[in-house]
Design a protein around this ligand. Structure first.
Ligand code: CA
Length: 235
C-alpha cells in the first residue's frame, strides 16, 4: 500500500455541516434578494432537490462547472418564487462553505497517521478547483495533502475512471497500491473498482447496507481506515 485517497463531502467533512452551509447560502440569497419573508428551510429543500437531480444526471459524465449547476438549481427555485439570484451567488457559496464546513472529528488524526506510515495522502473529488482549494484552506488542512485531484482537472465526474486514473498518475502509484475512501458506494466504490483500486466506505449509521457489496471495506469511523491500511501493509 502506497497511497490513500479521500472523497471530500460526506467523507472528510460532514453531511450535516454541508446541510447547514447550504441552508445559510439560501438564507443569504433571500436576504440579498429582499425576500426574507420566504421560508429558507423550505426553499433549501427545493434547492437540494433541484441540484441533486442535476448531479445525478451528471454522474460519470464529462465535467461541467459545479458553480453553473448550482447557480442553475437556485435560479429554478428563484423563478418559482419570483425573485432574482444575486450576481455574487458563487462568492456567497464559497464564503459560506468556508464558514460552516465541518470536518469529521477524527479526520486530521487519520490523515496524519497515514502520512506517518509513509503513504501518499490525496483527495479525489467531484469539485471545481476554486471551491476545493478555498474550502481546504479554510479548514486548515490544505497543506496536509500530497495531491488534490478534481473532476475539473480530470474532465469527468466520478464514477468515471478518469479522476481516479489522474490521481494515481500524480501520486506515481499503481491502482493495486492504492485505497480510496468515500461515502457514496455508486460513485466512490464503483469508480475505484473500475481502475482496480480497493475502496473503503464510510457509513457511520449503516444506512447504506444494501450497497456495501460494491465496497471492499466498510467503516463507521474514519480512524478505522488506519487499521485497514496497516493490515494491508502487513503491519
Ligand atoms: Ca461524498
Amino acid at each position: 500500500m502506497k497511497a490513500v485517497f479521500f472523497d471530500f463531502v460526506g467523507t472528510l467533512i460532514t453531511k450535516e455541516g454541508e446541510n447547514v452551509t447550504h441552508q445559510n447560502i439560501v438564507r443569504e440569497v433571500l436576504r440579498k434578494a429582499g425576500r426574507e419573508d420566504l421560508d429558507y428551510v423550505k426553499l433549501w429543500e427545493e434547492y437540494e432537490a433541484e441540484s441533486s437531480a442535476m448531479f445525478k444526471e451528471l454522474a460519470g459524465k464529462p465535467y461541467v462547472k459545479i458553480r453553473d449547476v448550482d447557480t442553475e438549481a437556485i435560479r429554478k427555485v428563484a423563478e418559482r418564487y419570483g425573485f432574482t439570484v444575486p450576481e455574487d451567488f458563487w462568492e456567497i457559496s464559497i464564503v459560506t462553505h468556508e464558514r460552516y464546513g465541518q470536518l469529521f472529528p477524527d479526520a486530521v488524526e487519520t490523515i496524519n497517521a497515514l502520512k506517518d506510515l509513509g503513504l501518499h495522502v490525496g483527495i479525489v473529488t467531484d469539485s471545481d478547483n476554486d471551491y476545493i482549494e478555498a474550502h481546504l484552506k479554510a479548514l486548515g488542512i490544505y497543506d496536509l495533502f500530497d495531491s488534490i485531484t478534481t473532476s475539473e482537472d480530470a474532465g469527468f465526474y466520478k464514477p468515471h475512471e478518469m479522476p481516479f486514473r489522474l490521481a494515481l498518475e500524480r501520486a506515481g502509484v499503481e491502482a493495486s497500491e492504492a485505497l480510496y475512501v468515500g461515502d457514496n458506494p455508486a460513485k466512490d466504490c464503483v469508480g475505484a473498482k473500475k481502475v482496480g483500486m480497493m475502496s473503503v466506505l464510510l457509513d457511520p449509521n449503516g444506512g447504506k447496507r444494501e450497497l456495501w457489496g460494491d465496497c471492499d471495506f466498510v467503516v463507521s469511523k474514519l480512524s478505522e481506515v488506519v487499521e485497514i491500511v496497516k493490515g494491508l501493509m502487513g503491519k
